[in-house]
Design a binder for this molecule. Structure first.
Ligand code: AMP
Length: 194
């Protein structure tokens, strides 16, 4: 198996780049945000639980998120590998993910951290909000709250993965294809080392 994490603040381009990575490398996508949104749409128990957090731009509690990821991995046991997009978002999630993969005799091979300046992130999110209708993209207040959550709870994972020697920082400004070329180069290197 080959597993990667695509990492970065809201609006960094994780979803866009994930799609291209899946196409090229034949991996399975786990976007925790997408899974939450489809549960909200389907009005499932999980959707009802997650909705108030997502609407405010807060993180969904770890227990809820981790249980969902466990289910997803169990239901996709045939996957050649995963692109984790928007997960992990806390140190706890990162530790549990390492344990879950370890139990499957595999691991995270590379963490690709997209770097984009904050003004550009806000601009992209407000733009996306016009088309996506996502409740959490609709106001600058909610977007700022998501950045706060990112800085307080998610950014510490950068050191977590740096210590493991898995972190690769990638310039996330420029055209989609330019950024994808940089990501591909890093993935190819990690695959040949795996
Ligand atoms: P995203 O689509 O990745 O931007 O996620 C949208 C929202 O879903 C986030 O702002 C959180 O409220 C929630 N969410 C997604 N992934 C996670 C996660 N790994 N942990 C906690 N909350 C999450």
């Amino acid at each position: 198996m080959f597993n990667l994490v695509i990492f970065g603040p809201p609006g960094a381009g994780k979803g866009t780049q994930s799609e291209k990575i899946l196409d090229k490398y034949g991996l399975t996508h786990l976007s925790t945000g997408d899974v939450f949104r489809s549960n909200i749409k389907g009005e499932t128990e999980l959707g009802v639980l997650a909705k108030s957090y997502i609407d405010r731009g807060d993180l969904v509690p770890d227990e809820v998120t981790i249980a969902m990821v466990e289910d997803f991995l169990t239901n996709h046991s045939e996957a050649r590998g995963f692109v984790f997009d928007g997960f992990p978002r806390t140190i706890k999630q990162g530790e549990v993910l390492d344990d879950m993969l370890n139990n499957k005799n595999t691991a995270i091979h590379i963490v690709l951290a997209l770097e984009v300046v904050e003004d550009e992130l806000v601009r992209r999110l407000l733009e996306r909000g016009k088309i996506s209708g996502r409740s959490d993209d609709q106001s600058e207040d909610k977007i700022r709250n998501r950045f706060n959550e990112y800085q307080q709870k998610t950014e510490p994972l950068l050191q977590y993965y740096e210590k493991q020697g898995k972190l690769v920082r990638v310039h996330g400004m420029g055209s989609i294809d330019e950024i994808f070329n940089n990501l591909s180069e890093a993935i190819d290197k990690a695959q040949s080392a795996a």
